[in-house]
Design a protein around this ligand. Sequence first.
Ligand code: FMN
Length: 223
Amino acid sequence: MRVSYGDRPVPSMLGEHADLDEAWLKDGWLPLFARWLLDATEYVASDGGRITEPNAMVLGTVDAAGVPATRTVLCKGVDERGIVFFTNYESAKAQHLSANPAASATFPWIPLARQVHFRGAVEKISSEETLAYWRTRSRGSQVGAWASRQSQPLGSRDELLAAAEDVRERFHDLDELPVPPFWGGYRIRPFVVEFWQGGQDRLHNRIRCEPKDGTCQVSRVQP
Ligand SMILES: Cc1cc2nc3c(=O)[nH]c(=O)nc-3n(C[C@H](O)[C@H](O)[C@H](O)COP(=O)(O)O)c2cc1C
């Protein structure tokens, strides 16, 4: 597969003279990240296989004792401010973020031999932004969000199914479920975004972008 960024061809597969140029970051990290996310979404392998959940990212947080934890979440918003994900505000990750409001997020697009890595400060998004996203979710997902006390111990699966049934019953006469008070979005405001493109003989490309005051300091890093 060949894709292009601007007027430059981007050979995107490992072994195809994979390239990554500092100039691609002249307008900051967002255009290139958006392009690569789109490439991952549209990617079709020669056997017809696709990248499942191309917006999945491995989110790293650090707990109050300084011990890191990672898990996968879905990126549901991207703009010049950063990247957004949604979760339970009482989950383990939320507790980590209240102790240490910083995170990493890695998009591993292995079939494209690409990776994008973010590190940044984390903040809760506004309730208006959360509501706008909440309304796009299916009623089933909304019920699931209400029913789960994410990261808390659960005696049995039946307990969870019963909790979901209680939620359905509680809101059965409402057209729209309200946003749970314990659920919403976080934004990672990156202080560094690193693009990685695999190259021949492990001579990979790593280009780092450090956004500051509306500009982006671009540097190349040894593979
Ligand atoms: C593909 C995939 C996507 C996921 N997306 C989310 C998500 O967007 N938000 C979320 O809270 N958990 C998501 N999860 C579940 C998390 O990985 C994790 O189990 C959960 O958030 C609890 O993490 P914590 O106990 O560290 O807070 C996803 C898991 C997978 C495998």
